[in-house]
Design a protein around this ligand. Structure first.
Ligand SMILES: [Zn+2]
Length: 545
């Protein structure tokens, strides 16, 4: 038996023992999920994107890296271990790949069975004898490929050593590409955000003094939180390097004396480079944090001994400059720790990461919609034809394409080129060619996957988000779901609604799907049994995960 759909993913092996490679689903910004193979590297999950900045590789930068950038190995940003890219596959991507393979194999089987029946009954319409055999071997509509949603993470960074874009859940120590310490980059990103908060507070009018004070209080707290998290991450890394399981540290890193004792276990004094006035300012700021956080900003005895100008019972003063100074001292400490991680200081210490040349996304005049960025095997022409088909379909109900209009639009391409583009789309399940009436350009129509993939670039909307919306509306109803009612509820036009409702219908068995000829909807209604509702709930969960 042949597996044409499955074979598209084939990377090796034989037709009996096929080895397949499935492209990873991407986040809206084009990053893929990664998962550290190190069980102790909490939280393990991170996302990795493209190389987006050009950084001139100097000797000083290279010496801090774990290996040459952009190789087939990944570095765990949380623990620093290095392994082949394949070791970092996220469990969600394994599940997704299995579903994609299952879908391709099932569609191949379905086609093979239809072919067997079609050949068996070719030309036969037996009317001899009492039993009449009707040969209804109409191919059922292929089910759309499974789709998965992937989310970007809050902490987005671009490595200032190799230009790789990535995102983390928590403070990371290393760039996942080149392995250079990125600790100071993390902290300076936090400091930038704090700077923004300070500017925001400065812009508030004087009558809203309390609001400004609170904003500054939050910014001040953010500096300490980032500072504490960074110290803790480095301490845990040091313990792991010494093969010691991390002890409970509580709030130790909010207190300079306790932090010093912790780091002494690693023969390290993170504050060694600070001058006396810097050390005093650091201590004072940590005390201030305590007063603002736990004493509503009212000065107590202990604080009054630290700060000469503070009187017991008064509100502790907090100005933007204090916070910026706190962040700058924190940055100096973190810069030292960043150097400790690899044995040499970063040559980027005096560079603002904002000065890095981020590559401008280049607009190719041949591809203004950036269709090449779609993770597909199709040629650019096939992609353009698909977008054109999406744009020129008026009702989303998979009608045949007007070939004369298509030829006119693509008049610079030959008939052979266009036919090949359509054949590519058919190969990948985006269109269906009707071979009964000659095939080729004159007879093809879109399949559901064309709308689900190309409605995005064609209309700037997200069919996955639309599917979630409509599925949730459907699930909010009792067992019978009428398409007309949902259409009215969404307020969308038919073109937007039809493919989405059909996408939902494809998730449940055909017995629950009603299609009536002569109506404007491709699916008229759904009748959901308890097990269908379970299917749909899981479908939504998968799309939202
Ligand atoms: Zn890097």
């Amino acid at each position: 038996m042949k597996f044409p759909r499955l074979s598209q993913y084939r990377t090796g092996g034989t037709s009996q023992h096929m080895k397949v490679g499935i492209p990873l689903p991407r986040t809206p910004d084009g990053r893929v999920y990664r998962f550290s193979p190190n069980e102790n590297a909490y939280p393990r999950h991170f996302v990795i994107g493209n190389v987006v900045a050009s950084v001139g590789l100097s000797k000083e930068l290279r010496v801090r890296m774990k290996h040459e950038p952009h190789t087939k190995q990944t570095v765990c940003p949380y623990s620093g271990i290095v392994a082949d890219d394949d070791a970092f596959i996220h469990p969600d991507d394994v599940k997704a790949a299995l579903e994609i393979v299952k879908h391709a194999a099932a569609q191949d089987m379905q086609d093979a069975v239809s072919d067997i029946f079609r050949n068996a009954f070719k030309g036969s319409s037996s009317v001899k004898g009492p039993i009449r055999v009707t040969t209804d071997v109409k191919r059922s509509i292929p089910k759309p490929k499974p789709r998965f949603s992937r989310q970007d993470l809050m902490r987005k960074l671009v490595c200032d050593h190799c230009g790789r874009d990535y995102g983390l859940f928590a403070i990371g120590l290393f760039c996942p590409d080149c392995g250079a310490p990125n600790l100071r980059l993390h902290f300076s990103r936090e400091a930038e955000l704090v700077d923004d908060q300070v500017s925001l507070a400065k812009g508030i009018e004087t009558e809203k003094e309390e609001l400004a004070y609170r904003l500054l209080g939050n910014a001040h707290e953010d500096v300490l939180t980032a500072f504490e998290a960074t110290l803790k991450a480095v301490y845990f890394y040091g313990k792991a390097q010494a093969n010691v399981s991390p002890p409970k540290v509580g709030n130790d890193f909010q207190n300079i004396d306790k932090a010093l004792r912790r780091f002494a276990e690693l023969n390290l004094n993170p504050f060694a480079e600070l001058t006396d006035p810097e050390m005093a300012a650091l201590l004072l700021n940590i005390q201030k944090r305590h007063i603002i956080g736990h004493n509503l900003g009212v000065v107590d005895d202990k604080f009054a001994t630290h700060a000469n100008d503070a009187k017991v019972g008064e509100t502790v003063g907090l100005v933007g400059a204090d916070i910026q100074q706190f962040a700058a001292i924190g940055q100096k400490v973190v810069d030292g720790l960043d150097a400790w991680l690899c044995g040499s200081p970063s040559p980027t210490v005096n560079h603002s990461p904002l000065l890095m040349t981020i590559k401008e996304p280049t607009v190719d005049p041949d591809d203004p919609k950036n269709l090449r960025a779609l993770d597909l095997q199709l040629s650019l022409l096939a992609r353009k034809v698909a977008v054109w088909v999406a744009e020129h379909c008026t009702d989303g109900s998979r009608g045949f394409v007007d070939a004369s209009k298509l030829r006119k639009e693509f008049k610079d391409n030959s008939e052979v080129e266009l036919e090949e583009a359509v054949a590519e789309l058919a190969t990948d399940g985006f269109v269906e060619i009707s071979h009964f009436s000659g095939g080729g350009l004159t007879n093809f129509r879109p399949l559901l996957d064309l709308y689900l993939t190309f409605d995005g670039p064609a209309f700037g909307r997200d069919p996955v988000a639309d599917t979630v919306t409509v599925t949730e509306l459907a699930l909010a109803r009792p067992d019978s779901v009428r398409g007309e009612e949902l259409l009215a509820q969404t307020g969308w036009d038919l073109r937007r609604f039809n493919p989405i409702f059909e996408h939902i219908a494809a998730q449940i068995p055909d017995r629950g799907v009603r299609r009536y000829l002569g109506t404007k909807l491709s699916v008229s209604s759904l009748h959901l049994l308890a097990e269908d509702r379970v299917q749909l709930k899981r479908f939504v969960a998968r799309l939202k995960s």
